[in-house]
Design a protein around this ligand. Sequence first.
Ligand code: HEC
Length: 277
Amino acid sequence: MKTIKIHLLFCIFILGFNSCNQNKEPKTETTSISQPEMVLDLLDLQKNNKLGKDTLVTVINDPVYHKTKKYQAVNAVNIVKNEVDLSKIDIKNTIIIFECIDGYKPEMPLELFWKAKPYLAFKDVDAPKGSNWERVIKNGNEMNADPFYLVYTSAEALKNQEYKWPYNVVKFQLVPKNINNALGPKNDEMARKGFVLYQKYCITCHAINGIGGEMGPELNYPKNVTEYWKENELVDYIVNPASFRHKVKMPTLGITKQQSEEIVDYLKYMSERKKSD
Ligand code: HEC
C-alpha cells in the first residue's frame, strides 16, 4: 500500500513538473527583433478592442477556399498605423512578417502591404453555426483560418506572388530589410544556408553585430562564440542546450545536427565580419 502511494505522489510530481515546463514555452513569443514595439499581437489588440472598425469584404476566387467568400474584417493597414510610430520607420526599407500559429512566417515589403488594401478577416460569413470559419481542406487535412486570415479584394493580389494570404495569423512584425544587407553572406553558399537557418531559428533571441533579439546573448562581438567554444560542442549545444546547462533558458529548437553545423559555419563566417565600433 505504501509503495503505491509513493508512486502516485511521484507521478503527480512528474506530471506537475511537465505541465509547468510546457507553460514556460509560450514566453519565448514575447521576444522580438531589437524593438519590441514593432511586434503587434493581434489577439491582444482584439481583446482590447483596438482592431478598428468592422467591415464586410467580398473576396472573389479566394485562394484558400477556392471560391468567392465574404468575411467580417478590419482594415489591416490601420492596425499598423494606429500602433506603430511611423516617424520611426523607413517604410521603403521595412518588411512586414505575418507570424502564424504553427510558426510559419511569410513576409512582404511594407510598402506593398500599404498599397495592397489588406483586410484582416476575423469571421467567415458562411461559417457553420457555432464556428467562425468554414473548414479549409489542405493536403487532405481539415483546418480552419482561426484567429485571423489576411485577405485582399483586388485582382492584382491573386496574380502577384508578392502578396501573401496567411491564415492562422497571430502577430505582425516589422523588420528592417537591412538585416539581409547587414548580416546576409553574399557569395558564400555554405554560410548562406546557415544564415537562412539563423533567421528562422535564432535571430528572435540572439543578435549578431547588435541586430536581432535580446533574450539570449549577442553571438558575434566583441568575441564570436566560435572563438571560445569548441566547434563540436557548440554544434551539440545548439541541438540540445539542456544537455550542457541545468535549467538552461535556451529552448531545444528541434534542429538537426547538420543544420546546427551549417549555422556554426555561418557564425564562423561572421566572426570575420564584426561590427567595427
Ligand atoms: C527563445 C530564445 C532563444 C532562441 C530561439 C535561441 N537561443 Fe540561444 N540562447 C538563449 C538564451 C536565453 C541563452 C543563454 C543560455 C542560458 O540560459 O544559459 C542562449 C545561449 C546560447 C549560446 C551560448 C552563448 C555563450 O556565450 O555561451 C549559443 C551559442 C546560442 N544560444 C546559440 C543559438 C543558436 C545558434 C540559435 C538558433 C539555432 C539559438 N541560440 C536560439 C535563447 C535562445
